[in-house]
Design a binder for this molecule. Structure first.
Ligand code: SAM
Ligand code: SF4
Length: 420
């Protein structure tokens, strides 16, 4: 049996697609190996959302070029967001790569078939990603994703339901529904079902314990969806709602389609309907022209709204995006780093306080894996929990008494084993 090796960076969508690619390769009688030198096929699943990610992909490609020189029979394939429509340009740039395929596509050259089999993760984790909508229609001015992943395309509800049913049959307890813009799910389907409808159907499915979804765009978060999250027992009270900036002019330049006031109001509505909700957000610092005052508005918004988690990134110009065409990347790199650090420190303090509230409490977690002798799982609202115990807890819902907290995670011991 030939060996294959995959290397993946980037968002959850990339991870989900690599899991499915993995199954597909196994169906084609390949066997996986962690040792790249052993493989006859190497697939790179790339990310180019920021220059730092792109640099890592390029250095990986360079290393593989050297490997290929010593082993000319090695097949190299590249997928993910580095793959654009201009295949010829890619071939010119990376002549040692044998095949390119777009994110989410299946490598057709391996089967030759026009219609490719639908594949599920080979050995699904108790918590498994399920992509429900591909692409993005938003074209935020800084973002490369719509240019690489194309327009939004939702999967039919029946297809998602039958896939989740099969995953549950294989032992999955939790599904994480994925989309770059997950709350716009369904607008392109017949009858226009929406995410709230899908959540309702999944909630009624037996065998499934928890349902998560990400990432939500603030402009598409409807009151109907908020009600569904509040009322459906299996839907986790956790919402990922990227704000990107706390300044209206920057939001406008980013083409986000909402104002700070709208976002505030939305968070108020969510928190009044779902009091125990955990909110996470993304922000970009150092967007072209961002003044110190504008940056402080972002920091103030985080101080005021107190998110459970904040993902902060320094603006990185991406060729082909509107921001790169229209604005000069005029915030010096040191200044971007300084702003990034300020946000990180601020959020560390906020998360320390939020997580400290859990000390001494008992939380119910779904155990996802064991790493370095510690079991790891998540609470219903997405908090990462570690515990040490000799039992086998994989895929079980377990009650843990929290004995230690940090801004990033909670630690504890088994309180009562509620095997499910
Ligand atoms: N669809 C989601 C949304 O509406 O925010 C997020 C998807 S995007 C691929 C993931 C995150 O990467 C964004 O939230 C943004 O903070 C960050 N990002 C995207 N483009 C970026 C850029 N050019 N520079 C810095 N960060 C960027
Ligand atoms: Fe990128 Fe904006 Fe689409 Fe998110 S919503 S993927 S940030 S274009």
């Amino acid at each position: 049996m030939p060996y294959y090796h995959t290397w993946t960076i980037g968002c959850q969508m990339n991870k989900a697609e690599s899991e499915r690619l993995d199954s597909f390769l196994k169906q084609q009688n390949y066997q996986s190996t962690a040792v790249v030198e052993e493989a006859s096929l190497v697939v790179l699943n790339s990310c180019v959302v920021r220059q730092s990610a792109e640099n890592r992909v390029i250095s990986k490609l360079n290393a593989l070029r050297s490997l290929k020189r010593s082993r000319p029979n090695l097949t190299l394939a590249l997928t993910g967001c580095l793959v654009n429509s201009d295949l010829q340009a890619l071939r010119n740039k990376f002549p040692y790569v044998d095949y390119f395929f777009k994110p989410g596509e299946t490598p057709q050259w391996l089967t030759g078939a026009a219609q490719l089999p639908k594949v599920l993760p080979y050995k699904p984790s108790p918590s498994t990603f399920v992509p429900i909508i591909q692409g993005c229609n938003n074209f935020c001015s800084y973002c490369i994703v719509p240019h690489r992943r194309g327009r939004e395309k939702s999967r039919a509800i029946a297809e998602v339901l039958s896939e989740v049913k099969e995953l549950v049959r294989r032992g999955v307890k939790e599904v994480i529904l994925l989309g770059q813009n997950v709350d716009s799910y369904g607008h392109d389907l017949v009858g226009k079902p929406d995410l709230a409808d899908l959540l309702g159907e999944l909630n009624a499915m037996s065998g499934i314990a928890r349902i998560r979804f990400l990432t939500s765009h603030p402009k598409d978060m409807s009151s109907k969806l908020i009600e569904a999250i509040a009322n459906l027992g299996k839907v986790c009270k956790q919402i990922s709602l990227p704000v990107q900036s706390g300044d209206n002019d920057i939001l406008e330049a980013m083409r986000r389609g909402y104002t700070v006031e709208y976002y505030h109001q939305l968070v108020l509505e969510i928190r009044s309907r779902i009091p125990a909700v955990a909110l996470s957000t993304d922000v970009i610092v150092g967007f072209p022209g961002e003044s110190e005052t504008q940056f402080q508005r972002t920091a103030n918004l985080l101080r005021e709204l107190k998110f459970d988690t904040v993902h902060v990134a320094a603006y990185s110009p991406r060729t082909g995006t509107l921001a790169t065409r229209e604005f000069k990347d005029n915030i010096p790199s040191d200044e971007k780093k300084k702003r990034l650090h300020i946000i990180e420190q601020l959020q560390e303090k906020i998360a320390t306080q939020i997580n400290a509230e859990f000390l001494g409490k008992v939380v119910l977690i779904l155990v996802e894996e064991i790493k370095k002798g510690k079991w790891q799982g998540r609470t219903q609202d997405g908090k990462l929990v570690f515990f040490g115990d000799n039992g086998d807890y994989l895929g079980q819902l377990v009650e843990i008494k929290i004995t230690k907290t940090s801004p990033w995670a909670l630690q504890g011991k088994v309180e009562l084993n509620t095997i499910n």
